[in-house]
Design a protein around this ligand. Structure first.
Ligand SMILES: Nc1ncnc2c1ncn2[C@@H]1O[C@H](COP(=O)(O)OP(=O)(O)OP(=O)(O)O)[C@@H](O)[C@H]1O
Length: 227
């Protein structure tokens, strides 16, 4: 892994039942870089992300994340790896019976932070996403865009170096999508690397960053104007 990359895939192959889904992929995400990952349904985007948070091991090749050799990481170190990642996924929802504040604080409690720090940090990240005033609300009382901002606040709580976002603007109207993208842009401007899976080509065109397309097991850079 070069000094400047926070994620590096080297010759990574993944197959399911002898069908190759990712074929000898090389990829790197630089420190502070913003990259989109696109591709048709079934192209392998979820598999790609699962490799990063060690939910899937490659058949061959190596995966390095935040200085850790994920493909050879002992199970007991997986929580440490996941703490280095801010995860914003659609199937990683808020706890419906906890307030906005409690949802964010919970991410800090599980990592064993001190009570005083938890309070300070939870309020700080809610401030960063512009939702301090909603801290006592329940998730169901928020709009979809506000809920997504709470998910982002929770992902930021442990100060990860890398944000993995899977369709963060899926299911949102254009106004709410723009708010989420402005927020991700701001987070990236502060130095966090962002890898975002999306089908939302309007957003890709409006917020242009390096765009990689998965197709037939391989990955290649595409220009936003050609989408
Ligand atoms: N556990 C599994 N066992 C067998 N096949 C799988 C498994 N997981 C994924 N696949 C297959 O591998 C291919 C890539 O799946 P993956 O979910 O990574 O694609 P994707 O690009 O994320 O798709 P989508 O956009 O629909 O979420 C698909 O053909 C899928 O059916």
């Amino acid at each position: 892994m070069s000094d400047n990359s926070v994620i590096a895939f080297n010759n990574v192959t993944v197959s399911y039942n002898h069908r190759v889904v990712l074929d000898r992929i090389d990829f790197s995400l630089g420190n502070g870089e913003f990259v989109y990952l696109i591709g048709q349904t079934g192209a392998g985007k979820s598999s790609f992300l699962r490799l990063i948070y060690r939910d899937l091991l490659p058949d061959s090749g190596s995966v390095q994340v935040a200085g850790m050799d994920v493909s050879n990481l002992p199970d007991k170190k997986v929580p440490l790896l996941r703490r280095r990642l801010g995860i914003v996924f659609q199937d990683f929802q808020l706890l419906p019976d906890r307030t906005v504040y409690e949802n964010v604080a919970f991410a800090l409690q599980v990592t064993g932070e001190k009570k005083s720090y938890i309070k300070q940090r939870a309020l700080e990240v809610l401030g960063m996403v512009g939702l301090s005033h909603k801290r006592k609300s329940m998730p169901d009382d928020l709009s979809g865009g506000e809920q997504q901002r709470v998910v982002i606040a929770r992902a930021l709580a442990n100060e990860p170096r890398i944000m993995l976002a899977d369709e963060p603007t899926g299911n949102l109207d254009p106004g709410a999508s723009a708010e989420i993208m402005d927020l991700l842009k701001q987070i990236n401007n502060r130095g966090m690397a962002v890898l975002m899976v999306t089908h939302d080509y309007d957003t890709v065109k409006q917020y242009p960053y390096k765009t990689l397309k998965l197709d037939n097991g391989t990955i290649k850079e595409v220009k936003a104007q050609n989408l």
